[in-house]
Design a protein around this ligand. Structure first.
Ligand code: UT7
Length: 350
């Protein structure tokens, strides 16, 4: 596991009276998100597969998930989220000097979706690349942005998590089709800003590659009539195993993050796990004694939006009730790879 924890114990006493916290690696200066208008309801899914609104609500906490319009691709949603984040941070495309876009559903296999986004933003010349780390992609991109800003290599980095999962969902598979929705979330990362990033850690375990995957369409099994006929281009998942692994790994990440900054998991003012299933989020809370009011479950209206889930949940929570200066927020992702990412944010003044 890679860790970017700073060793400084400089007191942030103006903000958190009694807690000496690590110095910031960098900050999130602005947030934005985008969710398409169309909602796929549970009842709509129940018309095509053997399921029900009651089962889906009880087992996942999801009542609806968003679906991109036919002409809308991942970079289009990323663009909407990015514009909002840039406005929130008070920066323009000219200020950006790096674009990192986390996705598992690129517009096209080649070139990168980040390059489509860069062209839409009109900032030619700015390096732009995709990061593939499944549902943890935003956290991976945030860590790369933090490292770049901390090193002085880049100053203003646009980090986006965007996925159009409805395009790779098998709507004949009742286990998976109930989970996934579309959306994008973005953050502008800079040396200073509203959320100091005071801890960051990422990790992967390639022995779990078979647990969540799209079987075909790559170099191992190129697209063919057979791959299409056998739904090889859609997401396959071992739901029960992924459920258990997600609870264990995200709990472990939160425990390590808390320990690294000298608090207990229950001391975080808000914990935002990847929004994959409300029961996974509840189980993480039980493992760590994080009370429900400090655990964000925002999956009801969005479903699992993969790399977009954490920036969307953070942005929606902050918009609904702005996080007060001094609050400690822990964000933690888990997904295909397997891969996981965890950051601790300290809220500053606007
Ligand atoms: O972001 C990372 C990716 N996220 C994930 O992979 C999600 C992790 N997993 C999950 O969220 C849950 O495991 C699922 C929602 C996929 C499944 O929920 P579960 O509570 O783990 O159900 P289960 O797989 O243990 O299945 C229980 C029963 C089975 O029937 P039998 O064998 O007991 O007769 C399933 O066939 O529920 C059945 N089932 C359904 N029934 C109605 C599975 N899906 C459905 C459904 N509607 N949609």
């Amino acid at each position: 596991m890679t860790s970017l924890i700073t060793t400084s114990t400089t007191s942030q006493s103006a903000i958190v009276a009694s807690r000496p916290l690590p110095a910031a690696l960098c900050a999130i200066a602005g947030l934005g998100h985008y969710l398409p208008d169309r909602i796929i309801t549970n009842d709509e899914l129940a018309q095509t597969v053997d399921t029900s609104d009651q089962w889906i609500m009880e087992r996942t906490g999801i009542s609806g998930r968003r679906c991109a319009a036919p002409e809308e691709a991942t970079s289009d949603m990323a663009h909407r989220a990015a514009l909002e984040a840039m406005a929130d941070a008070g920066v323009t495309a000219e200020d950006l000097d790096l674009i990192l876009l986390a996705t598992s559903t690129p517009d096209t296999p080649v070139p990168s979706t980040a390059c489509y986004l860069q062209a839409r933003l009109g900032c030619g010349g700015v390096p732009a690349m995709d990061i593939a780390a499944g549902c943890s992609g935003f956290g991976f991109a945030l860590q790369m942005a933090a490292a770049s800003v901390k090193s002085g290599l880049h100053r203003t980095v646009l980090v986006v998590g965007a996925d159009t999962l409805t395009r790779i969902t098998n709507y004949a598979d009742r286990q998976s089709c109930i989970l996934f929705g579309d959306g994008a979330g973005a953050a502008v990362v800079a040396p200073t800003g509203r959320f100091d990033v005071i801890y960051s850690s990422i990790g992967s375990d390639g022995s779990g590659t078979g647990m969540i995957r799209v079987r075909a369409g790559g170099s191992r099994t190129p697209a063919s009539l057979d791959s299409v006929a056998t739904a090889g281009h859609t997401l396959e998942l071992h739901g029960r195993e992924v459920f258990k692994a997600a609870v264990l790994r995200m709990s472990d990440c939160i425990r390590k993050a808390a320990s690294a900054i000298g608090v207990r998991p229950g001391d975080f003012d808000l914990v935002i796990p990847h929004q994959a299933n409300a029961r996974i989020i509840e189980a993480v809370g039980r493992q760590l004694d994080v009370p429900p009011e400090r655990l964000l479950s925002d999956i009801r209206e969005t479903g699992n939006t993969a790399a977009a889930s954490i920036p969307i949940a953070l942005g929606r929570a902050d918009r609904a009730s702005p996080l007060a200066p001094g609050k400690l927020v822990c964000i933690v992702g888990f997904g295909a790879g397997l891969a996981w990412a965890c950051q601790v944010l300290l809220v500053r003044d606007r």
